[in-house]
Ligand binder design. Structure first.
Ligand SMILES: Nc1ncnc2c1ncn2[C@@H]1O[C@H](COP(=O)(O)OP(=O)(O)O)[C@@H](O)[C@H]1O
Ligand SMILES: [Mg+2]
Length: 243
């Protein structure tokens, strides 16, 4: 069984056909990159999969189950993680507390008072491990350099142990020399944990290095799909460069 399927997904904003009939599949532990010029519908597609947007038509299936009508927070509980784009409130929390907030906002603790302390200790241990694995220092979020902030953002999603993680431009705004390290850290972790990922990425070197499969979007549609070799296709290059 596929982990994720989308079936003829459509989302229009007035005249703009942001996503115009996208069908895709993703297997367990597969890393799929979504590339395409600005405005080609990549973020809209990610939002349809996370549930942040409802499609005009089409379906989303996760582990064979139709989740098209299911709200985002329930999709998170089912195992679809997404990064949060750290809100300002986290600036004054430590990296560790940020992970704990993320973990406990997704746990139902109210009925298990007697177990709460154990659960907290266990969550704390897991959060510390995650910080260590991703090389994120124990600091106030406000003191982190940009690259580590983006990593923390991803770590918050990973702390919920997703089966699939959606990453919309995880290296955006990160300097060229930091980018590779950040991607290596993220991809190393998700490969190790056998988490599937859909990654929207602008940097074609990074796409070529880390993807199992690539989808090229153009005007809301999938123009081409295949291995990383499709990045060398003439039409794909024209579209990616010529926007
Ligand atoms: N909330 C919105 N309201 C109106 N138009 C939108 C909205 N979100 C995206 N669009 C439009 O849909 C198209 C696809 O946008 P988007 O999915 O953000 O593309 P990408 O992530 O590939 O740059 C663009 O033309 C964009 O202007
Ligand atoms: Mg986008």
């Amino acid at each position: 069984m596929d982990l994720l399927n989308t079936e003829a997904l459509k989302k229009y904003f007035g005249e703009v056909h942001a996503v115009d009939g996208v069908s895709l599949t993703l297997r367990d532990a597969e890393l799929l990159s979504v590339v395409g010029p600005n405005g080609s519908g990549k973020t809209t597609l990610v939002n349809l999969i996370s549930g942040a947007l409802k499609p005009d038509s089409g379906k989303v299936y996760f582990e064979g189950r139709d989740i098209t009508g299911i709200p985002p927070h329930k999709r998170v509980k089912m195992g679809i993680g997404r990064s949060f784009q750290i809100p300002a409130i986290y600036e004054n929390l430590t990296t560790l507390d940020s992970l704990l907030v993320s973990i406990f906002s997704n746990t139902n603790l109210s009925h298990v008072f007697y177990k709460t302390k154990d659960k907290f200790e266990k969550a704390k241990e897991e959060a510390i491990n995650l910080l260590e694995t991703l090389n994120i220092p124990l600091k106030l979020v406000g003191e982190l350099p940009h690259g580590q902030r983006k990593l923390l953002d991803v770590a918050m999603a990973l702390s919920l142990k997703p089966k699939l993680i959606l990453l919309d431009e995880p290296t955006a705004g990160i300097s060229l020399d930091e980018r590779d390290e950040v991607m290596q850290t993220i991809v190393g972790f998700i490969r190790n944990q056998k988490i599937a990922a859909i990654i929207v990425e602008h940097d074609m070197d990074i796409v070529a290095e880390y993807s199992d499969r690539v989808i090229v979007m153009h005007e809301g549609r999938v123009l081409k799909e295949g291995g990383k070799e499709i990045l060398d296709d003439g039409e794909v290059r024209r579209i990616l460069i010529g926007d």
